[in-house]
Design a protein around this ligand. Structure first.
Ligand SMILES: C[S@@+](CC[C@H](N)C(=O)[O-])C[C@H]1O[C@@H](n2cnc3c(N)ncnc32)[C@H](O)[C@@H]1O
Length: 286
């Protein structure tokens, strides 16, 4: 899922839609590309059997991944109880969130994903494991964070292996940036945690820069894994990620230990097989 399909110009530059009255509406570039939404076989079956119960039925605004700004998620009503809420953004095929929900029956989980087959696969896992403490929503994450979730209602936000958008001209499409950090800060309870992971060093550095600069977060592992202990130093020295080796030492560190609550997904495994290192980050909402 790290491949970045060629984009039409409109998508690359942020879309400008001419409204009926001739006015131009500009939308911020989104962090995803539309992919096939056809369901077949077991995924279709899981969708037919489980979507009524586990998919949050969101009123839309314009796009089919949008969230109507007046809609507010009521976790207590949805889960029938009050429990710590964990939100995974870009849950992909649902490996991490379904595993975590199984391991933590005392917490509730919301998986946010735009890719319909990924959500159907997540439903399949929910059915196989007989989970009750998880819901999924097909929606653009910034809209979920800006209006759908009440402020201060989430205990943890997870962003694991977001699309890297390698090309410099695509960096504006990366999910983790200043405006997104403000939205995460909005939904987290004071003392809540934002966990991130990526297998690309320059995105890891961007994440660290964005969160260190934010007055809303403090690094739970400030100064750790620095110098020779830093995965960034290793990427530089060993010339990983197809870079030319260079003796540039990471004097800042701040990388978290691997998050134990994240099961080793096939996605993370592929990164290992390709010789890439994993960068974990964990920040506390001040
Ligand atoms: C590289 S995949 C990683 C999936 C998963 N976290 C894993 O580790 O296997 C990134 C996922 O984020 C989803 N995504 C990207 N932008 C999104 C957005 N704005 N809202 C919701 N999901 C998004 C993509 O559809 C994709 O499934």
């Amino acid at each position: 899922m790290t491949t970045e399909p060629a984009l039409p110009d409109a998508a690359e530059n942020g879309s400008t839609d001419a409204a009926a009255d001739g006015e131009q509406h500009f939308r911020a570039p989104v962090s995803f590309v539309r992919r096939g939404s056809r369901l077949q076989g077991r995924r279709q079956q899981a969708w037919d059997e489980l979507s009524d119960r586990f998919v949050v039925d969101v009123p839309r605004d314009e796009a089919d991944t949008s969230v109507h700004p007046e809609y507010v998620f009521d976790a207590a009503a949805e889960f029938g109880r009050t429990a710590p809420l964990v939100v995974e953004i870009g849950s992909g095929l649902g490996e991490a969130v379904a595993h975590a929900a199984e391991q933590n029956p005392d917490k509730d989980f919301l998986a946010v994903e735009v890719y319909l087959p990924g959500l159907a696969q997540t439903l399949q896992r929910i059915g196989q494991k007989g989970l009750t403490n998880i819901r999924v929503v097909q929606a653009n994450a910034p809209e979920v964070l800006s209006t759908m979730l009440p402020a201060g209602s989430v205990d943890e936000v997870w962003v694991f292996f977001p699309d890297p958008w390698h090309k410099t001209r695509h960096h504006k499409r990366r999910l983790v940036k200043e405006s997104f950090a403000e939205l995460v800060a909005r939904v987290l309870v004071p003392g809540g945690t934002w966990r991130l992971a990526t297998d690309w060093s320059d995105y890891a550095v961007q994440m660290r820069e964005v969160l260190d600069a934010s007055a809303s977060f403090e690094n739970l592992h400030a100064g750790e894994h620095v110098g020779d202990q830093s995965p960034l130093t290793r990427v530089n020295r060993e010339g990983l990620e197809n870079k030319a080796p260079q003796d540039e030492v990471d004097t800042l560190g701040g990388w978290a230990p691997r998050f134990e609550g994240r099961t080793l997904t096939s996605f993370e495994n592929k990164a290992h097989e390709a010789g890439r290192l994993i960068f974990d980050l964990a920040y506390r909402r001040i």
